[in-house]
Design a protein around this ligand. Structure first.
Ligand SMILES: [Fe+2]
Length: 213
């Protein structure tokens, strides 16, 4: 399987290129500010772009969609609640075929309602739901509760060896695993929703106290 983590600029954004080496079918996740970079890799590797996916509808993940669509037959797939025209509206547990591979969609509302994580062969692209040692921001207590539920019910129930590939490079490493996040991520380590909300409200102080940049 082709699986490349690509730095796309913005706020240390990551996008991902995935392909089945046999059929050459490819998918791009979060093209963001670097559609040219993805097109170059697709050309170099002789791939056919089939899917463009975005982990959620924030501009720093969705930029570049039009450039990627031009001159390809690629279809845009995002969660059905995303506020944009979609070729393939997605919902929780959907599967997208990519040659002999399958992209599994996990709906993880919280950071925003249309947030999804995408799992392929034990590699989980987490967008702004989960970062290495951190999590994405939320706009309200109600969204934070949704995020808590998404993290614990949908992501932390995956096998510990599942690799975590975030939407931003804001941790100590560019990727980790579900097991490492369970052991090290202060938000995941909170024993209940009240402690989780408290940490969110006091994150700036916590970072200072613990020397987290
Ligand atoms: Fe975001």
């Amino acid at each position: 399987m082709v699986f490349e983590q690509i730095r796309t600029g913005g706020d240390r954004n990551f996008g991902y290129l995935i392909a089945d080496p046999e059929t050459k079918e490819a998918a791009v996740v979060d093209p963001s500010g670097a559609p040219d970079l993805f097109l170059l890799r697709i050309q170099r590797l002789g791939l056919k772009l089939r899917w463009i996916l975005c982990s959620h509808s924030h501009w720093d993940h969705t930029g570049g969609i039009n450039e990627l669509k031009q001159g390809t037959d690629a279809l845009l797939a995002m969660h059905g609640s995303a506020p944009m025209p979609l070729d393939r509206p997605l919902e929780d547990s959907d599967t997208l075929n990519l040659g002999k591979l399958a992209l599994q969609i996990i709906h993880t509302p919280g950071h925003c309602d249309d947030a999804i994580c995408i799992l392929i062969n034990g590699n989980l692209m987490t967008g702004d739901t989960l970062y290495v040692g951190k999590i994405g921001g939320t706009a309200s207590d109600s969204d934070a509760r949704k995020q808590y539920d998404s993290l614990h019910r949908k992501l932390m129930t995956l096998p510990e060896e599942t690799k975590v590939y975030p939407g931003h490079d804001v941790g100590v490493r560019p990727s980790s695993t579900i097991g490492e996040e369970k052991r090290n991520n202060p938000f995941i380590l909170q024993p209940d929703i009240q402690h989780f909300l408290h940490l969110k409200a006091n994150w700036a102080d916590y970072k200072k106290q613990h020397g987290i940049s």
